[in-house]
Design a protein around this ligand. Structure first.
Ligand code: URA
Length: 237
C-alpha cells in the first residue's frame, strides 16, 4: 500500500497527525521516536512506517483508514469550520490532522442520518462515488404527502430529468412501505438527489435515513459512532 513507502520521519509524523513537520524536530530531540528500536535523531531520516515507534507505540494506522460511521442528524460533511458542526469532529483529534485528509465517500445532508463511509484513500472515494461502478445506496424516506401512482415506474425508467439538469437519473428502485414511506435505491449520488427526485413528483421529504451502502449495513451501531473496516473491504467493487 502507498503509505507503506519509506518516508522522512518529519513527513511521516506530520501526515499521520502527530505534530507539524517543525514540531517533529522536538519530538526527535526528546527521544520520542525510534526506528527499528534505535532512537532517531534526524527528521530527514527515511524509514518504513512499520519500523517506527512514537512514544513507544507503533504508528497510528500508517496504511490508511476506512470507517463506517452512523451519521447523526445535524452534522455536515464538510471540512470548512464555517459550515458548522461536522462529522469529522466525531473522530480522534489526531485523525483530524492527517494528510491526506479523512473525507466522506459521497455526502449526506445535514438533515440526513445513516451510513457514511470515511477514508483517506482517494482512489476508493473515486471508485465508490463513480456511477460507473453502480454501488447501490439505500435511502428510507418519509414524505409529507401520499406517493403518487406510477412514481415507482417513473424512478425505475431512467427517464426522470431533475430541474436544471440534462442527464436523466439512472434507473432507481422504489420499495413502497406505506403511502408516505418508501425505500429508494440509487446507484449514483447527485446533489440532494433523493429529496429532488421526490420533490419532482410533488412529495416533500420529511425525514431521510440511509441504512445501507453497497453490501454494508449499520447493524446496531448507534448514531454518532463508527467502526473500522478493513482497507480491502471494497476490493471487489
Ligand atoms: N439524497 C439527498 O437528498 N440527501 C442526502 O443526504 C443523500 C441523498
Amino acid at each position: 500500500m502507498a503509505n507503506r513507502a519509506v518516508r522522512r520521519l518529519d513527513q511521516l509524523l506530520a501526515n499521520l497527525g502527530y505534530c507539524s513537520r517543525r514540531e517533529a524536530r522536538d519530538w526527535l530531540d526528546y527521544g520520542r521516536v525510534t526506528v527499528s528500536g534505535q532512537i532517531a535523531h534526524h527528521v530527514s531520516q527515511k524509514a518504513n512506517p512499520a519500523e517506527v515507534r512514537a512514544d513507544g507505540e507503533p504508528l497510528d494506522h500508517p496504511d490508511g483508514v476506512l470507517l463506517l460511521l452512523h451519521k447523526p442528524l445535524g452534522l455536515v460533511c464538510s471540512h470548512e469550520a464555517r459550515d458548522g458542526p461536522s462529522v469529522y469532529g466525531l473522530l480522534p483529534a489526531r485523525w483530524q490532522r492527517r494528510h491526506p485528509q479523512i473525507t466522506s465517500i459521497g455526502r449526506l445532508d445535514k438533515e440526513t442520518s445513516g451510513l457514511l463511509l470515511l477514508t483517506d484513500q482517494s482512489e476508493l472515494v473515486h471508485r465508490l462515488t463513480s456511477p460507473k461502478h453502480k454501488v447501490a445506496k439505500v435511502y428510507r424516506a418519509t414524505l409529507a404527502s401520499d406517493l403518487p401512482a406510477g412514481i415507482g415506474e417513473l424512478f425505475a425508467s431512467g427517464t426522470l430529468v431533475l430541474k436544471e439538469e440534462e442527464m436523466p437519473c439512472a434507473p432507481a428502485q422504489l420499495h413502497i412501505i406505506s403511502p408516505r414511506e418508501a425505500e429508494l435505491t440509487l446507484t449514483e449520488g447527485r446533489y440532494h438527489q433523493v429529496r429532488r427526485m421526490f420533490a419532482s413528483q410533488g412529495c416533500a421529504v420529511l425525514t431521510l435515513h440511509r441504512p445501507r451502502f453497497g453490501h454494508l449495513g449499520l447493524g446496531d451501531l448507534p448514531a454518532g459512532h463508527w467502526r473500522e473496516l478493513p482497507l480491502g473491504e471494497f476490493s471487489r467493487v
